[in-house]
Ligand binder design. Structure first.
Ligand SMILES: C[S@@+](CC[C@H](N)C(=O)[O-])C[C@H]1O[C@@H](n2cnc3c(N)ncnc32)[C@H](O)[C@@H]1O
Length: 210
């Protein structure tokens, strides 16, 4: 392994260029105490959303809309984006970001509520893109729901999948780290999926529904 790995990681994060809409959404995130997706993750989300040609996408964890703006920029202009957050202040900030990005309000369903309660109400197999970026402790539950929601060929994406580099080090036994390892095992062995982990940001799981 080259010792320049972390320099390359920084280079790939800096490769993503963001505009004023994303910068303002990041500012609102920091004001509200939210950690948004990194610029590198945002760029990957745009590319994945564009290549998926998704007509219906779901996000679990709207935050102040940084990831949402990135996904919406990749989706076709006819696609509907559903985003879920239990904090109404966060949803308000996310809606502001989508409006600044010029997204018509009728293309976004912003659903307030706990993901564990909202997800079971969404229709099986009706979505082509699912992003999980909420409370890590429940990421496995959300991923299971995400798989249920996906059509064949759809994409499941899980942000912050390496728990600040703790997942790869067996000495770390914190509950969240252990839960994320369980998530990795579950996705790797799930015969309905073809899964990979990108080192972008703090680790991004990308899995295709077969
Ligand atoms: C890491 S932030 C999401 C950042 C966002 N994806 C972005 O890049 O701009 C996590 C979000 O998940 C929300 N959240 C945490 N637990 C939740 C739950 N159980 N149900 C719904 N939303 C939840 C928080 O309110 C927060 O806005």
């Amino acid at each position: 392994m080259s010792s320049n790995k972390s320099t390359s990681w920084s280079y790939t994060e800096a490769f993503a260029s963001e505009d004023a809409v994303q910068a303002r959404a990041r500012e609102r995130s920091f004001d509200l105490g939210i950690t948004p997706v990194s610029p590198g993750v945002g760029a990957v989300l745009t590319v994945l959303a564009a290549s998926s040609k998704s007509q219906a996408a779901v996000e679990i964890g709207s935050g102040a809309g940084v990831s949402g703006v990135c996904i919406l920029r990749g989706l076709p202009s006819t696609a509907v984006f559903t985003t879920i957050d239990h904090d109404v202040e966060h949803l308000k900030a996310a809606r502001e970001a989508f409006a600044e990005a010029g997204v018509p309000a009728n293309r976004v369903r912003a659903i307030p509520g706990r993901a564990a309660a909202v997800l079971p109400r969404l229709t099986d197999g009706a979505y082509d893109f699912v992003l999980v970026d909420a409370d890590k402790a429940n990421a496995l539950l959300y991923a299971e729901q995400g798989i249920r929601l996906l059509r064949r060929g759809g994409l499941l994406v899980v942000n912050d999948a390496l728990d600040r580099d703790r997942v790869s080090n067996p000495a770390h036994r914190e509950p969240t780290t252990v839960r994320l390892r369980e998530l990795h095992r579950a996705l790797r062995t799930d015969e309905r999926l073809c899964a990979s982990i990108l080192p972008t940001g703090d680790g991004l799981i990308v899995a295709a529904r077969l």
